[in-house]
Design a protein. Structure first.
Ligand code: PLP
Length: 382
């Protein structure tokens, strides 16, 4: 029995970096003002908010006024997609592999508000073809929404290419960058995006705080109505401590991005190679190279992913099956279905996502346990 905890579920969430906890500390009980208050206590809070916004703007390569803080990645995605659709009713183009934060929002817009939606297909690696996006454009298209990196299989989408198409047609382009925040270049001009969503808890920041980048001139109806906070885009008294946490975490993640990506990709490759070598009928899912450096998403034929997860958990190893947000569903994940994976493979999906604290010893532990677990579960099914 492996007594050490091995956490390989960083796509679900990450531990808060102690440096982030420290940076947030003064903003609970010392600098506690309301950023809308004009007096000195309010001004002290506003200063921290302005600094955090500056940090985020410099990572995104955008203007201060284009950064809006929200309550989470889901809220940022909702605000982008629903906000664009409410501002200008029309046709939406997206993909079948988006996180529910986008997928369910688009579905609601279709069902309740009669927005036409086109789902551009993905290939067997989960990648959308920019030509399919271009072909789907209609005179009434108001929004294109394509995620930067897939939360389940780690595949990176060709955002910059789609950005050029969207710009040429003057259509608002949103990307859900929630899984990309700590690992990829977030420069909004290189990406050519008008709306970009982030969530702090995916890059060693606190839970319950997000960002929506809104390019100047993008028409967007606010989802919440109230005061004038966040330039009226997102009313509600501002959560200064968490926003300071988000900005600190984003800065730290981006500073160590290249070295950390190299480190985890090496461990990830060792993990994948070890599994493929020692477990028959196992496959990597998602694009072999155009993928998040920390993502090892795999499928095991004729075995249930949830059973693997539970068996690994008993050994102190935390992974997820498909997306953590859809845990509990017995059907194969909609992402793997959209990629055309046959059911006997797709039900056996296991997502292992590495992070800052992952060590070589963690990978060795998984490799010493996983082959036996899969073999045992297959024997039980036979
Ligand atoms: N988008 C993607 C791609 C995600 O992976 C997640 C969370 O798993 C979200 C959006 C939602 O973010 P949050 O948990 O901050 O609401």
């Amino acid at each position: 029995m492996n007594k050490r905890l091995v956490y390989l579920d960083h796509a679900s969430t990450t531990p808060v970096d102690p440096r982030v906890v420290e940076a947030m500390q003064p903003y609970w009980s010392q600098v506690y003002g309301n950023t809308s208050s004009i007096h000195s206590v309010g001004r002290a809070a506003l200063k921290a908010l302005d600094e955090a916004r500056q940090t985020v703007a410099s990572v995104l390569g955008c203007h201060l006024t284009e950064v809006i803080f929200t309550g989470c990645g889901t809220e940022s995605d909702n605000l982008a997609v629903r906000g664009a659709a409410y501002a200008r009713r029309g046709h939406i183009i997206t993909t079948p592999v988006e996180h529910h934060a986008v997928g369910a929002t688009v579905e609601q817009l279709h069902e309740r508000f009669h927005c036409d939606v086109t789902l551009a297909p993905v290939d067997a690696d989960g990648r959308v073809n920019p030509d399919d996006i271009a072909r789907a454009i209609r005179p009434d298209t108001v929004l294109i929404s394509v995620m930067y990196a897939n939360n389940e299989v780690g595949t990176l989408e060709p955002i910059a290419e789609i950005g050029k198409i969207a710009q040429a047609h003057k259509i608002a382009f949103h990307t859900d960058a929630v899984q990309a925040g700590g690992a990829l270049d977030l420069n909004v001009n290189k990406l050519g995006v008008d709306l970009l969503a982030l969530s702090a808890h995916k890059f060693y920041g606190p839970k319950g705080v997000g960002v929506l980048y809104i390019r100047r001139g993008t028409e967007l109806a606010p989802a919440l109505t109230g005061g004038g906070h966040e330039r009226g885009r997102r009313p509600g008294t501002v959560n200064v401590a968490e926003i300071v946490g988000l900005a600190t975490a984003l800065r730290l993640a981006q500073e160590s991005r290249e070295s950390e990506n190299t480190r985890v990709a090496r461990l990830r490759d060792k993990l994948v190679a070890g599994v493929l070598q020692n477990v028959p009928d196992a496959r990597l899912t998602g694009h072999p190279t155009e993928r998040l450096p920390n993502s090892a998403s795999m499928v095991f034929k004729d075995v249930d992913g949830e059973s693997i997860l539970l068996a690994l958990d008993l050994e102190g190893i935390c992974v997820s099956t498909g997306s953590a947000c859809t845990t509990g569903e017995t059907e194969p994940s909609f992402v793997l279905k959209a990629m055309g994976l046959p059911r006997e493979w797709a039900i056996g999906s296991v997502r292992m996502t590495l992070g800052h604290l992952t060590t070589e010893a963690d990978i060795d532990d998984v490799l010493s346990v996983l082959p036996t677990v899969v073999q045992r579960l297959r024997a039980q099914r036979a």
